[in-house]
Design a protein around this ligand. Structure first.
Ligand SMILES: [Ca+2]
Ligand SMILES: [Ca+2]
Length: 219
């Protein structure tokens, strides 16, 4: 028992003594039925005087960074350790997205631990199921031009989009969706653009027929 305790304290000393290595981790992403997901990068940076970082983001087919039409920019959040001078630049290079977070005036980002970056993603039908993405060539740079490279890392993506006919969003297509559709037609429920199931531009009894046929396996 003493030996085990001694061994445990030795291990503890070792892990404490090792300190924090610079590194990044990334979450696996489960998308909502509407195809929304969030890539969250967490980090431990002990390197001082960091002004910028860059990496290449490889996403499975059918998944892309979300674009916010209102902001006229990609939909992302930087950690509170960034100054207001820091901004994200994203370039679609075909096989991957190169992402650079830099300050326009070489502002230092405080040494950082925890959430570094949140990037919102959207998934289409093409991405349905499980796949893998990766982050490669992650480097951060300090004011003295020191470059610290991070180990490449991977993450899983899980996409299960809602069927067009699943109007009440409960994961299955059945008579419950007919009730939702009829309520939309009667104005008792807000109309959903997805409810135009026969794609004729209006939501009416024709869509009920299409939905019932689908439930009966005729659609
Ligand atoms: Ca349903
Ligand atoms: Ca219709």
């Amino acid at each position: 028992m003493k030996k085990i305790t001694a061994l445990l304290s030795l291990l503890l000393c070792f892990s404490v003594g090792k300190g924090f290595a610079d590194g990044i981790t990334v979450n696996d992403i489960t998308f909502t039925p509407d195809g929304q997901g969030e890539l969250i990068l967490n980090c431990t940076f002990t390197q001082k005087n960091i002004t910028l970082y860059q990496f290449d983001l490889y996403l499975p087919a059918g998944i892309a960074p979300a674009y916010d039409e209102e902001k006229q920019d990609y939909d992302y959040e930087l950690s509170s350790n960034h100054t207001s001078e820091h901004a994200l630049q994203l370039k679609d290079n075909g096989a991957y997205y190169r992402i650079v977070v830099a300050s326009t005036s070489n502002q230092i980002m405080a040494p950082n631990k925890g959430m570094l970056l949140k990037l919102r993603l959207t998934a289409t039908k093409e991405a349905e199921g499980e796949a893998q993405g990766s982050i490669k060539s992650f480097s951060l740079f300090a004011t003295d031009e020191t470059e610290v490279a991070m180990t490449d890392t991977t993450f899983k993506t899980n996409v299960h989009l809602r069927a067009a006919e699943d109007l009440n969003g409960d994961g299955s297509v059945n008579v419950g969706d007919v009730t939702t559709l009829v309520n939309m037609i009667l104005g008792k429920a807000p109309k959903d653009d997805n409810a135009d199931l026969n794609a004729d531009g209006s939501i009416n009894v024709g869509d009920v027929t299409t939905l019932v046929n689908k439930i009966l396996g005729k659609g």
